[in-house]
Design a protein around this ligand. Structure first.
Ligand code: TMP
Length: 250
């Protein structure tokens, strides 16, 4: 069934992956650690793992429901979910609607400027190089993804952006930008690209649509308050948390 946790396969900054009793699934455990600036800033934030587990479940299930494939199978408990094992393409795929973060810094575009159309960018996943911005041509030359995969990644990224923008706007949240990771899953019907990793306020910029208050990891990056409070607010706008979780975090 793939529900029995076996051995630790990988520990990252925010998550741990464990093998299960079958070779097609892994258990993804969400930690309470928050890091920024390639782990130069680091803190343990009680409840963050639980919040991201619920929030990522919600976004992935909604994407699955409109046939955008993700690795998500089911949530197992407060901190863990069963996901499809896949081979991660070593790219951070970023989609931006509004200028912020590294785009504003790199190109001098004032934060908050709406872009004429969604911008897709790729960063090479390598902490020792600080995840540098890379071109499509570099992606092809170094064979991080094939040309046809790259086309599919663009399509997944832009469809995900459209869908998440609407879903979030309905609860008065503006999707400024987000990052996804794509995996190659080896299903019986053949290899397929799926959204992997997580989608949560750790990997998105979410602003309250009216006040522009930040409700994402920038609260931690910029020392603007508690991310447990900010992420709880996002989860509560979708009514995602069981009663006992609301009490633990508040
Ligand atoms: P950036 O403006 O710092 O390049 O970030 C763009 C988006 O990607 C933003 O929503 C935050 C997200 N992100 C991650 O999920 N992980 C990272 O390591 C970084 C740098 C950004």
């Amino acid at each position: 069934m793939g529900l029995k946790k076996k051995k630790k396969l990988y520990e990252g900054k925010a998550k741990i992956l464990y093998s299960t009793d079958n070779s097609y699934t892994v258990i993804q455990h969400f930690k309470d650690e928050a890091t920024a600036f390639n782990a130069k800033k680091k803190e343990t934030i009680e409840g963050k793992g639980v919040l991201n587990n619920f929030l990522s479940e919600f976004f992935m299930l909604r994407l699955n429901s409109i046939n955008i494939p993700t690795h998500f199978i089911k949530r197992l408990n407060m901190r863990e979910q069963l996901v499809e094992k896949c081979e991660i393409i070593p790219l951070e795929v970023v989609v931006r609607n509004i200028a912020s973060g590294s785009l504003s810094k790199r190109l001098g575009i004032e934060e908050g400027t709406r872009l004429p159309r969604p911008l897709v960018e790729f960063y090479y996943k390598d902490d020792s190089l600080n995840d540098p911005l890379v071109t499509e041509s570099q992606i092809s030359t170094f064979e991080w993804a094939s040309e046809s995969e790259l086309g599919e990644i663009f399509e997944i990224a832009l469809r995900t952006n459209d869908f998440l923008c609407g879903l979030l706007l309905a609860v008065e949240l503006t999707l400024v930008d987000f990052k996804i990771e794509i995996g190659r899953s080896h299903r019986s019907e053949g290899e397929k690209l799926v959204i992997a990793d997580e989608i949560s306020p750790d990997t998105c910029r979410l602003w309250d649509s009216n006040t522009k208050r930040r409700l994402d990891k920038d609260v931690f990056r910029l020392n603007k308050g508690s991310i447990a409070v900010a992420y709880t607010e996002v989860a509560n706008r979708f009514d995602l948390l069981p009663k006992n979780v609301k009490r633990v975090i508040e």
